[in-house]
Design a protein around this ligand. Structure first.
Ligand code: NAD
Length: 492
């Protein structure tokens, strides 16, 4: 065994394989397990416990038991616990980064960037924890006093996707804990290991037993249903596809749960004729190929002014042809594997549909042979309206370009989607940039910026892209509920 393989093996042995419930690691009630794979090789990395519906309820029991003490723990103490967790995540950055690359495939440099981004939620919400405030004042009539206070919503169910295994977990756990809530976390079954390692870090940081519970499962539907239909649950926070989000929203309706839904996107990336084309190319590469295109914020539809489209396509193609594709642990890799072979097939079907409708394939365009789920960086130009690649979330390294001739057309086409997570605009004109900010139907806009995510900003979508916000000052609101109290006139 080479040194690197030994390091990987040793890391995998340090990751717990059980369910984390009430501060204890345990097996699934029926002893069931499932395999976690390395998408770059197809090899089994390890086995982890597969929770049953009873395990889901046990995790909620633990979260409910822990709630009274945690919700009344002084905010400063909760803040300091989160701050210790931030420090520990930083200390364990190498382990967390390698683990994400192993189970999810992203290049190691991107995993390191995710550790930085993901840990920031722990620091940001450690800072926000002590800033939850209320208000006090007279009624307009002067007949009484109004007091408005804010309270943790209660036990929460947090469901995360596989594409950002650390950041999607901390983006929910940190504000929940800062607000005084307890949680049951269910990571995606493709990537449970990062959350399991994070649970050990949170425990070490001093998070009390039962405040954070982690259940991994391959029976996602029944386990989630057991938790969601339990009347003790008060909140669902979900990040994932719009279709699954819609079905969970229906289930959440019966319990009148608070919900935060971070769903799919179909981001337009608009390049005007007055754009700095060098900057637009850099932004396009970041917005498209980060995480091998598997990001909800990935640019999905490149709308480029017809006078600069050829130049733009030539420049991105040159850059993409130099990309190195391979296992994320290898030096210099930019394009890692997709999450599994189904993803490769799905992405390839989108490319084939576009080409069949007349798109020009500039580079890439066919799955790579050999072990692992690889699809090369692909560029399509002259993509015809109505192509699937424009309507569906690609979730892969395919950059699809079509052209426009004026601003109104760009706006109309950008907004022609049920999604509204993020939009990107490249222009040198301040006023055009301002008009685009106002006209785009999108929860987030990048103007001359290809990556918008920041722990200090409210991340979230309009329309079918979701409900609620994660991060920023807004992030903690999702885990708080309001109480209004009227007291009589103290001078009466
Ligand atoms: P997914 O919807 O398949 O799965 C998300 C989570 O839901 C996973 O934990 C999965 O196990 C669970 N799940 C799946 N079916 C379920 C069911 N029937 N009942 C309960 N839980 C269920 O999404 P994914 O493939 O893991 O992630 C990709 C999607 O996530 C993309 O659409 C992407 O845009 C979206 N995403 C959105 C954001 C955002 O912030 N808006 C961030 C990252 C990813």
């Amino acid at each position: 065994m080479g040194q690197e393989q030994e390091q990987e093996r040793a890391l995998l042995e340090r990751v717990p394989s059980g369910l984390f419930i009430g501060g204890k690691w345990r097996e699934a009630a029926d002893g069931g397990t499932f395999a976690v794979h390395d998408p770059a090789t197809g090899a089994v990395l390890t086995q982890v416990a597969s929770a049953t519906a009873d395990d889901g309820r046990a995790a909620l029991d633990a979260a409910c038991d822990a709630f009274p003490a945690w919700s009344t723990t002084p905010a400063r103490e909760r803040a300091e616990t989160l701050r210790r967790a931030f420090d520990l995540v930083q200390e364990r950055a190498d382990d967390l980064a390698l683990l994400m690359t192993l189970e999810m495939g992203k290049p190691l440099a991107e995993s390191r960037a995710e550790v930085t981004y993901g840990s920031e939620f722990l620091r940001w919400f450690s800072e926000e924890a002590a800033r939850v405030q209320g208000r006090y004042g007279p009624t307009p009539e002067g007949t009484g006093r109004m007091i408005v206070t804010r309270h943790p919503v209660g036990p929460c169910y947090l469901v995360t996707p596989w594409n950002f295994p650390l950041a999607m977990a901390t983006r929910k756990i940190a504000p929940a804990l800062a607000a005084g809530c307890t949680v049951v976390v269910k990571p995606a079954s493709a990537t449970p290991l990062t959350t399991l390692l994070l649970a050990t870090i949170l425990e070490e940081a001093g998070v009390p037993a039962g405040v954070v519970n982690v259940i991994t499962t391959r029976q996602t539907g029944p386990v989630s249903e057991a938790v969601l239909t339990d009347p003790r649950l008060r909140k669902l926070s979900f990040t994932g596809s719009t279709a699954v989000g819609q079905s969970l929203l229906r289930q959440a309706a019966d319990g009148v749960l608070r919900t935060s839904m971070e769903l799919g996107g179909n981001a337009p990336f608009i390049v005007f004729d007055d754009a700095d084309l060098d900057a637009a190319v850099e932004g396009a590469l970041a917005a498209k190929f980060r995480n091998t295109g598997q990001a909800c914020t990935a640019a999905n539809r490149f709308l480029v002014h017809s006078s600069v489209a050829d130049d733009f396509a030539r420049r991105v193609t040159e850059r993409v042809e130099a990309f190195c594709t391979g296992r994320g642990t290898e030096e210099g890799v930019v394009i890692g594997p997709l999450i599994d072979d189904d993803a490769v097939e799905r992405v390839h079907a989108l490319v084939e549909d576009a080409v069949a409708r007349g798109a020009v394939l500039r580079t890439g365009g066919a799955p790579l042979d050999g072990p692992g789920s690889f699809y090369p960086a692909t560029i399509l130009t002259d993509v015809a309206p109505g192509s699937d690649v424009l309507r569906e979330e690609i979730f892969g390294p395919v950059l699809a370009i079509s052209t426009f001739d004026d601003e109104d057309e760009a706006v109309r086409r950008a907004n022609d989607t049920p999604h509204g997570l993020v939009a990107y605009v490249y222009t040198r004109s301040l006023t055009r940039g301002q008009r685009m900010i106002e006209r785009l139907e999108s929860g987030m806009v990048g103007v001359n910026a290809g990556v918008v995510s920041n722990a200090a900003a409210p991340f979230g979508g309009w329309k079918y892209s979701g409900l609620g916000r994660e991060g920023g000052a807004e992030g903690i609101d999702e885990y708080l509920q309001t109480k209004y109290t009227l007291t009589g006139d103290p001078f009466a």
